[in-house]
Design a binder for this molecule. Structure first.
Ligand code: LHQ
Length: 263
């Protein structure tokens, strides 16, 4: 039987999703997309899942689209790559951004093409020091997709975005962290311990409020200050009605650790 393209493990409030095509550096196939969509929808639906951790099996994180699956077939005319984005990649990026629960990426190795977009769409990205990010599109005559042209200039500034998109040069993890493309680079052997412990800590946190904070930050780039202040008011009103706010304040006043429920 073929290996599952995505391993899903749910423990202590964290859904760990491991891209599992190590012999192809976890490149995306239709089956992997479908499994990822199912897992993210489940994470959105189930209250017991309070954080998501995404990583890759083997030495790569994700090498973007599996090029063997999308290669032009002689006699069949050109493939419509826009359809592939519309059907798989754009919904994936939207699912990650719209999921109102923290999503951590543990980038264990190379993240290329749409694989880099996948990492940048996650909320907190930790990478192994040996990992790298490659806007591989220009190497094969394509345009950066999977949100890359949106994330890159916002995270790293237009000068760096333009250079990495046009040259396709690899950005090592340490450089990516220095540029603000990711949160941090850690020694390879510390990656999974650190990423798991972060995801577990987030899952024990006031996850409803964390989800609202994610919404506020995601909206900020499209809002002016007035609209953002109004949004903060509305979301704070909602958070203030939550059980976790009451628990957080009570725990602070009683000088004890808070026990958040995500409600
Ligand atoms: C692969 C792949 C891969 C298949 C490594 N596919 N086998 C959206 C819409 C529709 C269509 C087009 O695309 C998109 C979005 C995109 O993502 S476009 C960008 C697609 N990705 C790339 O162009 C990256 C291609 N891969 C590479 O350039 C290299 O593999 C990198 C730089 C990522 C890693 O290099 P190495 O560490 O030297 O590894 P390798 O090249 O030896 O790869 C290991 C194996 O994985 C190898 O197979 P083999 O049988 O020789 O061991 C590769 O063929 C295979 N592989 N990426 N995307």
């Amino acid at each position: 039987m073929a290996e599952e393209p995505l391993l899903v493990e749910i423990a202590e409030g964290v859904a760990t999703l491991t891209l599992n095509r190590p012999e192809r550096l976890n490149a995306f196939t239709t089956a992997l997309h479908e499994a990822l969509a199912t897992a993210l929808d489940r994470a959105s639906r189930e209250t017991a899942i309070r954080a998501v951790l995404i990583t890759g099996a083997g030495r790569g994180f994700c090498a973007g689209q599996d090029l063997a699956e999308r290669k032009p077939v002689p006699g069949q005319g050109p493939r419509d790559l826009g359809q592939s984005l519309e059907r798989y990649y754009n919904p994936l990026i939207r699912r990650l951004r719209d999921l109102e629960k923290p999503v951590v990426a543990a980038v264990n190795g190379v993240a290329a093409g749409a694989g880099a977009g996948l990492a940048f769409a996650c909320d907190i990205v930790i990478a192994a020091q040996s990992a790298s990010f490659i806007e591989a599109f220009s190497r094969i005559g394509l345009v950066p997709d999977a949100g890359n042209t949106w994330f890159l200039p916002r995270l790293a500034g237009s000068a760096r975005a333009m250079a990495v998109a046009l040259t396709g040069e690899a950005v090592p993890a340490v450089q990516a962290a220095a540029w603000g493309l990711i949160w941090k680079a850690v020694p390879d052997d510390a990656l999974m311990t650190e990423a798991r412990s972060l995801a577990a800590r987030l899952a024990q946190g006031p996850t409803r409020a964390l989800g609202l904070a994610k919404r506020a930050l995601n909206r900020s780039s499209a809002n002016d200050l007035d609209a953002q202040l109004d949004l903060e008011r509305d979301l704070q009103r909602e958070a203030g009605l939550g059980e976790d706010y009451h628990e957080g304040v009570a725990a602070f006043l009683e000088k004890r650790p808070a026990r958040f429920s995500g409600r």
